[in-house]
Design a protein around this ligand. Structure first.
Ligand code: SF4
Length: 500
């Protein structure tokens, strides 16, 4: 028995270098594979190129059975060489090319933290059952960010090596503290000039408190608006409850006013998928089309904050979300086929990873993970968190991902301190159990906060991890759609080029 276990373990060790080289045939380059339910295999190499091949091909490649001189294998052989799965020389001439492509894919790391989220107030006039933060309705002094903390947050933001910064104002409802936003923007403009930074400003808002004066200020300062729209009125108003008013009407009216004054491209909307939303994938997509949107971002509900308190309304199986997502995606493809360009943003992010050599620094889907090295959050009370999800967790009184306090903790301690080092050990999917062998590693990411919130530790357990289940299924689904229908591939390519 013991011998059998030792043998089993030995098979998981790297083979001797001679195994990968061959004088007679070809050299194997690093790649992984995934078997699809229909038997086909997806091969993915270290730099994110992929090929879909018939069942059994992986074994044939590894056993060196692909024969260049066999007419049936000739095309496959050429494709494998061209896409860096095998090489004709022991050390391929193109090693430098591969290294450059790998560095390019990871170059989102070059500028370090660019997104700085300021939770400018925790106050809110909505009472959404899925709200990820615990909103409060009064006591401006207690729940608005103090000017001392705003100043300290701007100072820390200026320490970032990134030249291009994004300063995002969140709440609660950020517009309730618009005086704070003006103060922060004016301060950041001066500091940005001194430190040679280009700053993009974004306000995340439900648009209910929007006034014309606010819009004029946003226009003058190139401030972008990001809002929430969960679908038609009967979904949105149930998800996003506002006492004595229709949140949907206020949001739609606000979107029109923003477009009119700021321009269509400067206002975007996000959906949150609640249990109610799951019944309306087509209606939600159609609502976005009816309102003239050219993109939609279908997001599952986050397992944090108030969302976990209303379990009946918010908890659902990943399989139900996937069913919803696929139906919605089919509807979006249908609209494109009918001549209306509309893109689903999560699919577009994955497509960019699949089809281009460019870096994709989307914080929820990158390795190393986006927290700390791409995003940092300054909470209304001055606490500093590793990500937006980390501060939502803190609203549940779990401060695992709290990195310090504005004005008290140094830049070095926040970004390179002991806490950041501990978290960073779980930030690379290249070294996480399960992910390290996964074919989809270069398209996926690592999410220590999600793992911790749902499974109790930052590393997570892949076989029943919802982040893993969602991404594995969606990546496979997107590849299958492109493989099986060239019209869909054409549409998908238009989503990353922006050309229909
Ligand atoms: S989370 Fe899952 S799909 Fe993503 S890389 Fe890890 S094992 Fe693969």
């Amino acid at each position: 028995m013991e011998t059998a276990i030792i043998k089993e373990r030995q098979t998981r060790k790297f083979k001797d270098v001679a195994y990968f080289r061959s004088e007679e045939t070809y050299t194997l380059l690093p790649f992984r594979f995934h078997r699809m339910p229909d038997g086909r295999e997806i091969l993915v190499n270290e730099i994110g190129d992929y090929m879909v091949v018939p069942s059994g091909t992986t074994a044939r490649i590894i056993n060196r059975e692909i024969n260049n001189n066999d007419p049936e294998d000739a095309v496959l052989y050429e494709d494998l060489v061209a896409a860096f799965f095998i090489a004709e020389q022991a050390v391929p001439d193109l090693l430098e090319v591969m290294a450059t492509r790998y560095r390019t894919k990871k170059s989102f790391l070059d500028s370090f933290t660019s997104l700085h989220i300021f939770v400018i107030s925790l106050r809110c006039e909505h009472t959404c059952h899925y709200c990820q933060v615990s909103r409060v309705t009064s006591d401006k002094n207690k729940f608005d960010m103090s000017r001392v903390h705003i100043d300290a947050g701007i100072d820390m933001m200026m320490r970032s090596p990134a030249r291009q910064l994004t300063m995002e104002f969140q709440g609660g409802e950020a517009l309730l503290a618009f005086d704070n936003i003006i103060y922060a923007v004016e301060k950041a403009k001066v500091a940005g000039e001194q430190h040679n930074k280009q700053i993009t400003y974004v306000i995340c808002t439900n648009l209910a408190p929007l006034t014309d004066d606010m819009l004029v200020y946003c226009k003058e300062n190139n401030i972008l608006i990001s809002t929430s729209l969960d679908g038609p009125v009967y979904v949105h108003d149930k998800n996003r409850h506002k006492p004595d008013a229709s949140s949907y009407r206020l949001a739609v009216d606000g979107i029109h006013r923003c477009r009119e004054i700021l321009g269509e491209e400067n206002v975007s909307a996000l959906t949150t998928t609640t249990r109610l939303s799951l019944d309306y994938p087509i209606e939600i997509v159609d609502e976005y089309v009816a309102l003239g949107f050219r993109n939609i971002f279908l997001r599952p509900i986050s397992p944090y904050g108030f969302a976990t308190k209303s379990v009946n309304k918010n908890k659902y199986e990943t399989s139900r979300f996937l069913e919803f997502y696929k139906t919605a995606l089919q509807r979006i493809i249908r609209h494109n086929l009918d001549g209306y360009f509309i893109r689903e943003d999560y699919t577009a992010i994955i497509l960019k990873k699949l089809l281009t050599p460019f870096p994709v620094g989307y914080v929820d889907l990158q390795s190393p993970a986006g927290l700390i090295n791409s995003v940092i959050v300054f909470n209304y009370d001055g606490a500093i968190y590793a990500s937006d999800e980390a501060r939502m967790l803190a609203e549940m009184k779990d401060f695992t991902f709290r990195l310090g306090t504005l004005g008290e903790t140094s830049y070095e301690e926040v970004f390179y301190g002991e806490k950041a080092q501990i978290i960073s050990e779980a930030m690379l999917n290249e070294s996480l159990p399960g992910c390290s062998e996964c074919a989809f590693q270069s398209y996926c990411g690592a999410d220590p906060v999600f793992n911790y919130a749902t499974q109790g530790d930052m590393y997570g357990f892949r076989p029943d991890n919802a982040f893993c289940q969602r991404n594995m299924e969606l990546i496979q689904y997107i590849i299958t759609l492109m493989e099986d229908d060239k019209q869909v591939e054409k549409i998908f390519r238009s989503w990353i080029t922006g050309k229909s």
